[in-house]
Design a protein around this ligand. Structure first.
Ligand SMILES: [Zn+2]
Length: 124
């Protein structure tokens, strides 16, 4: 039985970090939608479950790993942003959408984007 499962999952993506997070999100959405009686939300959670399983059984490893990599770097950025929320503020460049980190409590400052050189004024 164990070998059959291993053979079935070899070459497939399986449940990675993104899959597990989506699974928990779908589970929470399903519970909330059931408690509140929202049918549309329930359908969204079902679609999320289906997507999680499609990703888990997918043989397109490079695409799934790229998605998971993007998710992990986004998660890391959010974690860093949360840890530095008392000392820094994060702004997006209006031109190229890059996140820029500036020190908090400096009043109105002119921010220059390190990628495209765009300048904009924000209160920190
Ligand atoms: Zn920029």
């Amino acid at each position: 039985m164990k070998y059959k499962l291993q053979a079935f999952f070899s070459g497939r993506n399986g449940f990675d970090d993104l899959g597990r997070t989506l699974m928990w999100g779908a589970l929470i959405l399903m519970i909330v939608s059931t408690l509140l009686g929202l049918e549309l939300l329930y359908l969204v959670s079902l679609a999320m479950f289906i997507y999680v399983y499609v990703r888990a059984f997918s043989r397109n490893l490079s695409k799934c790993q790229a998605q998971n990599g993007k998710f992990l770097s986004w998660k890391q950025f959010q974690k860093q942003r949360f840890q530095q929320r008392k000392t820094h503020r994060f702004y997006r460049c209006p031109k190229c959408k890059t996140y820029l980190r500036v020190p908090k409590g400096k009043g109105k400052i002119s921010i220059t984007c390190r990628c495209c050189g765009e300048k904009f004024v924000k209160k920190t």
